[in-house]
Ligand binder design. Sequence first.
Ligand SMILES: Nc1ncnc2c1ncn2[C@@H]1O[C@H](COP(=O)(O)OP(=O)(O)OP(=O)(O)O)[C@@H](O)[C@H]1O
Ligand SMILES: [Mg+2]
Length: 297
Amino acid sequence: MVRNVAELLPELEPEDFYLLSGVEQGMRFSQWVKRGKLPSFSGLTPEEVDYRLERCLKRGLIEKKTIQYEGYSLQFEGYDALALRALVERETVAEFGAPLGVGKESDVYEVRSYKPLALKYHREGYTNFREVHRERDYASENRHVSWLYTARKAAEREHGILEALYPEVAVPRPIDQNRHAIVMEKMDGVELSRAKLDDRQVGGVLELLVAELASAYERGYVHADVSEYNVFVGEGGVTVFDWPQAVPTDHENAREFLERDVTNLVNYFDRKYPRNLPAVDAAELADAIAEGTFEGL
Ligand SMILES: Nc1ncnc2c1ncn2[C@@H]1O[C@H](COP(=O)(O)OP(=O)(O)OP(=O)(O)O)[C@@H](O)[C@H]1O
Ligand SMILES: [Mg+2]
């Protein structure tokens, strides 16, 4: 688990961030950045680099490895610190709060500015990279192997999709993005998996959710990971979140993903609320969505 860097931020100095962003720049070319290259990447003197390396190592923001040369690499904590500081500087984030969720490939925290928001740090690529790394020694990895690149791309993708879908589709309102972090509105409610719908709500909620998938399809996207864990249900209605893996509707597997998304919802409702579910056929619903003729269950 990646540590929360928010409490570290006040003790970090501008030069620490120059060093971190110097390491970040070097990582565009190799996973381990040569110590000798850090003055030019960071704009700091060699002596200042030495001092900042110590401070950042001690705080777990970077790591050091000596293979053929002495190299440095960002830890996720260092990358988090860079993203969080950028978001604070442009006043997207004013206060940092409690964890909202730890996903397989993300950490989500409550943050605040003028209202409660959610900050999601993407973690895609990290575990994969580690596994690959153990087996082979990457002296000069292709930059696309880097978890930095993978996580940042996932954040850019998710933010872009939220911007394309909001507000027509019930998704969290996108606020900002930097590096592998996105900031969005904090959702009201609870995950569908933890919601206890009363008998009269069941059909209506399923219908609302299928209508959101239809509306996303109309705007060109299939979520491709819909489940009771990626849907919130609250007083104000439903919200479908967690979009980085969404595919455009012209993707060759879009139809298959759409049907799987609908099936996941229908099966979940079927298991949890068997007595209150109207008879529905997931394949027919998916057809109706794809043809633009969905009008209700
Ligand atoms: N905008 C938000 N407002 C409130 N809570 C949120 C928000 N976004 C995410 N969360 C919480 O954080 C958790 C993880 O978020 P999300 O599903 O987007 O991440 P993930 O890592 O992709 O998840 P998965 O485990 O499905 O891969 C969610 O289950 C939810 O509880
Ligand atoms: Mg999720």
